[in-house]
Design a protein around this ligand. Sequence first.
Ligand SMILES: [Zn+2]
Length: 388
Amino acid sequence: MSERLYYTDSYLRKFRALVTGRSADGRRIYLDRTAFYPASGGQPHDTGSIAGVPVVEVEDEGERIAHVVAAAVDGDEVDCRIDWERRFDHMQQHSGQHLLSAVFVERFGVATVSFHLGQESSTIDLETGTLDPARVLEAERRANQVVCENRPLAVSFEDAAETRDLRKPSERAGTLRVVSIEGLDRSACGGTHVARTGEIGPILLRKLERIRNTTRVEFLCGGRAVGRARADFDALSRVAQMVSGSLDEAPGLVAAQFEAARNADKLRRKLEADLAQYQGRELYSATAPDEAGVRRVLRRQPSGNLEDLRAIAQSFTAQAKAVFVAALDEPPALLLAVSADSGVDAGKVLKAALTQAGGRGGGNQRMAQGSLPSREALEQVLGQIRTS
Ligand SMILES: [Zn+2]
């Protein structure tokens, strides 16, 4: 049986204990008393050291607490030390969670169904599918108000059968450990907590996420809230700098930039289409007609995209007696466009040639497009089209 020192003193960082057991490989240590908190109730385990050897994990085995150490520990009586920075951070987040959950009940009658203390932020799942953003603001304001009131938190041990007014009824029998925030909350909990609400520090609510019939609320307390606000400020400052404005002006300026970019893109597409029109017409007047009076053009491209040539092909074949062929070497592909009076059915001609060469594609009378399995197949189709 390990005496849990953290039950009555969450501020104990150093203690001396007797080793009451160890695993065969010496990596699991059992003590007669411990201030190391094992992972439980949403709160992660402590770290620290036993006789100078790092404690990497702490597990609750029921009667005993196992301290998983990085190397074997010598001696029967050991000096132990808790990583206080990590522990205090956990205390801030966990006490902040009790406070926040209590506020959601006090203000809106919404219960908390689960709690997770994460590495960067924590979450509570509220028993509601919808949470008005105004309520989130109100809960944040009220929680921070209670922080400023610096109310005491107390731990008491009560008989489960006689305990009253718990925020959430406990299913445990026997002795309950009850953590209370004066005038606001009483919860059965085995976690480590701060002594007064002021130590929780600022409470910041962030992302809301609907998960089935619950709403997950992300929150940060104390040092984490300040660190996050600093990171947010830095990120927003970079954005503001990019748009040469103040932080408060940044969202409006960014929106204006997006609008300008959309308009520029629209204009660019129009100019590209105009240019293709012009190029197609110029190519037509620069091309001499053959004996049949048809103007034929072959455009070859080593790589890229035939889409770029579609508009030129369209413009070229908008004039009388015109045939436009575009070929792409890699990946092998082909485009055939013809004028209405060319006497050629682009879809039929290309389809027939593609089928023979093992390619795929098709189109209509005026324009058709296809892809081929190899360069040889491409040459074969080109040869066939030229003679048709
Ligand atoms: Zn708790």
